[in-house]
Design a protein around this ligand. Structure first.
Ligand code: BES
Ligand code: MN
Ligand code: MN
Length: 455
């Protein structure tokens, strides 16, 4: 039986199993889901076992475990290390979901659930592709799985695991499905990810909340000050004003920029999907460039003062915000965090005190298009989709990719099958049933072509 036939015959089973995994609320950020996160790890381990893995283990860490598995069929064949994550983002706000986030439903050929695309649906395609190759006796490479449960909270323990297990993780390439493709009509392979600096700031004014009539106009209001400070971080061209911020940004040649903008981008559909009248960003760059090759700065949350019912005339003592910056080669997360921190303290007026607390970060990554793995992936896409994929740079971050290169010396192939419109991290996250099955097929074909081209 061919791989394609096996996939077709097992459609319902493959869907039911994914739905069982999606029912587990494995939210890594919130400790009230601790048992569920562990349950998701066990689920992944037993799916690998049922699919025919030789060795599967739960590797404990200081946080959530890493599921490791391997099938070595012949040491002289190439080895593919599959990475993915079984943890998901918090589903909040619950009330904006049309159906409960952990009660998956299929509507209009899409599976709705938290983690449907990011990353359970995409990670599970690899387990099913492995099962398919085992069942059809067509596995042509050695395969290792490393599936973690802390991607959405920074992958700190995975970093330690990788550093301590270099021999165990020896491979020829790392294969990841945790990114997006352009569209079902235009398959693509991600060749770049942005890095991340994430900080929290606090602006403190008077030592207590004040009556806004008695003191208003005479004492600095930390919320007003915080807003002014944030406003000053970008100029009228949406250029970030932090001194030195762009110093290490790799500028692309006109030719490279042209190539990036060749990818089909439907601005009208983009605006319609988001229900916005216009896009916004750094002057002189297209939307594709703004998320692919340019850094950005956004406030992720802001709070302070009175937000209860009715009105309370108060001049608050404090204001806070969470701020993230997406980075591109060759910016360094640590450097940018320091530049921001120094700048933010410098621009604070004397009327307030400012505290800056760094959170997790990660380095940007670029992956090669002249590798055997990239060629094999292109062939796999061509066979499954009838089109060769286009290289694209994604705006999101997977910090472990840069670390794989640094610690293991390995390039990652980012073979993502999500769509930007899948609402990852948002209410009503979903994943196309077509993407799921085509993904399983493409992944199975990747192994065939990778073995062939590696000879
Ligand atoms: N899978 C995403 C990253 C992603 C999404 C890359 C879409 C490319 C396209 C990943 O799970 C994620 O959400 N990463 C976080 C970073 C992490 C340190 C919390 C992110 O990008 O915010
Ligand atoms: Mn992900
Ligand atoms: Mn995510």
């Amino acid at each position: 039986m061919s791989a394609k036939q096996y996939i077709d015959e097992n459609r319902q089973k493959f869907l039911d199993e994914l739905i069982d995994l999606l029912r587990i609320p494995s939210v890594s950020a919130d400790s009230k889901f601790k048992d569920d996160v562990h349950r998701a790890a066990d689920f992944v381990k037993s799916s690998l076992e049922k699919a025919g893995i030789d060795k599967a283990e739960i590797c404990e860490t200081a946080g959530y475990p890493i599921v490791y598995g391997e099938k070595i069929i012949d040491p002289s064949l190439p080895t593919v290390l599959v990475y993915g994550h079984y943890d998901v983002q918090p589903p909040d706000p619950y009330e904006l979901w049309d159906s409960p986030p952990f009660e998956p439903v299929i509507k209009n050929d899409k599976i709705y659930a938290r983690g449907a695309c990011d990353d359970k649906g995409q990670m599970f395609m690899h387990v099913k592709a492995f099962e398919t190759m085992m069942a059809t006796d067509s596995l042509s490479c050695n395969i290792k799985f490393m599936i973690e449960g802390e991607e959405e909270v920074g992958s700190d323990n995975l970093g330690i695991f990788v550093k301590n297990n270099k021999e165990k993780l020896a491979a020829d390439v790392i294969l990841v499905s945790d990114t997006a493709m352009i569209s079902l009509d235009t398959p693509s392979i991600t060749t770049g990810l942005r890095g991340l600096s994430y900080l929290e700031v606090e602006v403190v004014g008077p030592n207590r909340d004040l009556h806004s009539g008695v003191y208003g106009g005479a004492v600095a209001n930390p919320i007003n000050v915080l807003c002014e400070m944030i406003e000053s971080l970008k100029d009228e061209n949406n250029h970030i004003t932090i001194p030195g911020f762009y110093d290490n940004v790799q500028e692309l040649t006109e030719e490279e920029r042209k190539a990036i903008n060749k990818a089909a981008f439907d601005l009208e559909a983009y605006k319609k999907d988001l229900d916005i009248n216009d896009v916004n960003g750094e002057k002189g760059y297209t939307s594709i460039e703004r998320t692919g090759i340019r850094p950005s700065l956004d406030v992720n949350g802001i709070w302070g003062g009175y937000i209860g019912e009715g009105a309370k005339t108060v001049l608050p003592s404090k204001a806070n915000a969470k701020i993230s910056m997406r980075l591109v080669p060759n910016q360094s997360s640590e450097e940018i965090t320091k530049l921001f921190s120094d700048h933010f303290k410098r621009i604070a007026p004397d009327s307030v005190k400012v505290k800056v607390t760094p959170h997790h970060g990660g380095e940007p990554a670029v992956t090669p298009i002249d590798s055997v793995a990239y060629a094999a992936a292109s062939d796999a896409f061509e066979e499954a989709w009838g089109k060769r994929p286009i290289p694209t740079r994604d705006g999101g971050s997977i910090p472990i990719v840069a670390l794989f290169k640094e610690e293991l010396g390995l390039d990652t192939l980012l073979m993502g099958f999500g769509l930007d419109s899948d609402a990852i991290h948002s209410p009503n996250e979903h994943y196309g049933v077509t993407n799921y099955f085509k993904g399983i097929e493409t992944i199975s074909l990747f192994y065939k072509h990778f073995a062939k081209l590696s000879k």
